[in-house]
Design a protein around this ligand. Structure first.
Ligand code: ADP
Ligand code: MG
Length: 414
């Protein structure tokens, strides 16, 4: 039988005064509650079992601060470094709040692209393993509409995890009914509220009941996005990681200087020996370049796979699965994979191109620092990239050193 006691938090440290990443305005962190353990959250028994069987023992900081306000019914704006466990913040809170005996969709979780929605669906489904009668539906591009329609007709789908366009389409087609929704979650909220998705998100939001809670989570939260966010938030609890805490601690960063763009290929081939030691993601700034580099590496008999959003869904799913399973160890990609994808084994990120915006740097390289694990980032830079390299170091207050000769050993030592 589910526990129904109200949560009873420990006394919390005083709210901090923090500065938002990318913003110039100071705003107050407003979360005053703190749960040091999952017990203190007084979760349903079967949910707590699910969390433990998933392998979590104690909540991470963002979970200690963020789960309870959602359970209590508050809107939430949470910004925390990548790899700190934001998925479980909303997953646990949604699972606690959703009532399986109520035959409606009660929580809607959106992610900007399908690989991330898959991953979240997987996490939340595993945590819900012991919750009888609870259904969680994935609604992403590439899945047949008829299958979604059949699942919805067969049984209530209490939680939906999906991508904006697909979910919006399902709502317009009246396949999904969101009129009883209680929680609306945007993961990677800064991207979902950017120009590319904003209108879809507002459209979906306008179909939800006025009293539905809104939960936004992100690694970075530029000021202009905060302003957009406040259009859909109602007096939110704000949990923010101060900018100077958005550090690249635990990450070793290097650069390899090449004179011209054309020489990057050779630099990458030179690195290949080292790269193979680790599970590695290579970031390029365009799809064409991803295709080109992949072909080039293959023509030199290197084993490598690639993924970007110009590829078909079947290939994307297969490549991601093989990479997760460790069948492919080197993956060339665009910024598609710079957000949210959690693959524990990644220990090396190579920026074949430096990102166009310095804010993207942390998202890319943090793929190699998951939950306290150390990683390595290598940047291939031309003379033209010098300014960007300097800007990145200043922005993050970090040092990117010239790559040492014993790179392979460093990777093996990790
Ligand atoms: P974020 O969304 O903040 O980037 P994720 O939710 O993807 O982070 O979590 C990063 C990794 O940390 C995942 O592998 C996740 O399983 C692990 N993790 C999160 N919270 C905990 C916890 N409380 N205990 C152990 N591992 C955790
Ligand atoms: Mg995430």
């Amino acid at each position: 039988m589910a526990t129904t006691q109200s949560p009873c938090p420990s006394p919390s440290p005083p709210a901090q005064h923090v500065v938002l990443m990318g913003g110039d305005k100071e705003i107050e962190e407003t979360s005053h509650e703190f749960c040091n353990t999952f017990e203190e959250m007084h979760l349903k028994d079967e949910l707590r079992r699910g969390i433990y069987s998933y392998g979590f023992e104690t909540p991470s900081l963002i979970q200690q601060k963020g789960i309870l306000p959602i359970i209590r019914g508050r809107d939430l704006l949470a910004q925390a470094q990548s790899g700190t466990g934001k998925t479980a913040v909303y997953s646990i809170a949604c699972l606690q709040k959703v009532d399986p005996s109520c035959p409606f969709t009660q929580a809607l979780i959106l992610a900007p692209f399908r690989e991330l929605a898959w991953q979240t669906h997987n996490v939340i489904s595993k945590m819900a393993k012991f919750m009888k009668g609870l259904n969680i539906l994935r609604v992403v591009e590439g899945g047949a509409i008829s299958v979604i329609a059949r699942k919805v007709a067969e049984a209530p789908q209490h939680i939906i995890v999906g991508t904006p366009w697909r979910v919006a389409h399902m709502i317009y087609s009246e396949i999904i009914d969101v009129s009883h929704l209680r929680i609306f979650v945007l993961d990677e909220a800064d991207l979902l509220l950017s120009q590319k998705f904003k209108d879809k998100i507002f459209d979906i939001n306008s179909n939800l009941p006025k009293n539905a809670q809104t939960v936004l989570l992100s690694t970075t939260m530029p000021q202009e996005i905060i302003e957009v966010a406040h259009q859909i938030l109602n007096d939110p609890v704000q949990i923010l990681v101060p900018r100077d805490e958005l550090t690249l601690d635990g990450l070793r960063q290097f650069y390899v200087a090449v004179e011209k763009e054309e020489f990057k290929e050779e630099a990458l081939f030179d690195l290949y020996d080292s790269i193979q030691v680790a599970q590695c993601v290579i970031f390029c700034n365009s799809k064409c370049k991803v295709d080109y580099i992949t072909e080039d590496l293959r023509s030199r008999k290197f084993t490598v796979s690639s993924i970007h959003d110009g590829m078909n869904y079947i290939d994307r799913d297969r490549i991601m699965q093989d990479f997760r399973d460790g069948k492919n160890r080197v993956l060339v990609t665009t910024d598609l994979l710079s957000r949210g994808i959690d693959i524990q084994q990644i220990s090396l990120v190579v920026n074949y191109d430096l990102p166009m915006e310095k804010e993207s740097y942390i998202r890319r390289v943090e793929r190699s620092v998951r939950f306290g694990k150390k990683g390595i980032a290598i940047n291939l830079v031309t003379e033209e990239d010098g300014q960007m390299l300097k800007d990145i170091q200043e922005f993050y207050g970090t040092k990117i050193e010239e790559m040492p000769a014993n790179m392979k050993e460093l990777l093996q030592l990790k």
